[in-house]
Design a protein around this ligand. Structure first.
Ligand SMILES: [Mg+2]
Ligand SMILES: [Zn+2]
Length: 262
């Protein structure tokens, strides 16, 4: 099941090799690989997306906290989180204590969130190939699903943190907390490693700190933002991207190569 761009595949054997590769070089290598007879099948992949700043053009949860906090205490927590003095769960729990909002005010706010303009195009391509991407978020499942529904996307599986509304407050809980991980509130790698029997390539798309854990156990990582910096720092191979147009482009080439070779 070779992936066309071998430089970008992290396997236990090559994961330690540094290999940040510009998009143009990757395309060149892809062209080279297309000369081979290796079968390349996108349908042999499981695809996972982060949500905030990956599927959306903004960090929705940060914006909610900024907009609906009754004071500036969230900033000190954010600073401590940035400096890696506290993990996401502690940060988020502390910040939400000072958030006041009604359900209707939240919905009104969420209507303004924009998805990556190329997401529908990418989703159409994946679904056509029999792939149903899964969304892994350190936001709340309620918020992610509300936004997806608002944009007419109704049947994607979302794993995230959970919330309940109590009067004008949001009470968080963290069903995917990992006691062995001090970084994440929702340690996403749990979902990637739980079904090893499928023997499929894991493709992960992300941008931030909540993506560090899952990226380390994925076969192919599309990275931007602090995830890209992390991958470079850790000498882990990844594919840089700016938006879903890049990923759509890449997947289309994979499909084309698969059909050429089958
Ligand atoms: Mg993100
Ligand atoms: Zn983690």
């Amino acid at each position: 099941m070779p992936w066309p761009c071998t430089c970008s595949v992290s396997s236990p054997d090559n994961r330690s090799q540094p290999n940040p590769m510009p998009f143009v070089n990757r395309l060149h290598q892809l062209e080279t690989v297309l000369q081979s007879k290796s079968p390349i099948v996108l349908s042999n992949c499981r695809v996972f997306f982060d949500f905030d700043n990956t599927m959306t053009t903004s960090d929705v949860l940060d914006d909610v906290i900024r907009r609906f906090s009754i004071n500036d205490q969230w900033m000190a927590l954010e600073k401590a989180w940035d400096e890696e003095k506290i993990g996401t769960k502690e940060c988020l729990t502390g910040q939400l204590k000072n958030v006041r909002l009604s359900k209707s005010a939240l919905h009104k706010f969420l209507k303004r969130v924009e998805l990556d303009p190329h997401f529908h195009q990418l989703l159409t391509l994946l679904v056509r190939e029999g792939i149903k991407p899964v969304i892994l978020s350190d936001n709340f499942t309620y918020i992610v699903e509300w936004i997806l529904n608002y944009h007419g996307i109704k049947d994607l599986k979302v794993y995230g943190n959970t919330l309940r509304f109590y009067r004008d407050r949001i009470i968080p809980s963290f069903p995917y907390d990992n006691p062995f991980c001090l970084n994440c509130a929702h340690c996403k790698k749990i979902h990637l490693t739980k079904d090893k029997t499928e023997n499929k390539l894991i493709v992960y798309v992300g941008d931030g700190r909540s993506d560090f854990c899952p990226a380390k156990v994925s076969d192919v990582v599309f990275a931007k933002g602090s995830l890209l910096n992390f991958m470079h720092k850790e000498a882990l191979p990844c594919i840089p991207y700016k938006n879903f147009s890049d990923i759509h482009h890449y997947f289309q080439e994979v499909l084309t190569s698969g059909r050429k070779n089958n």
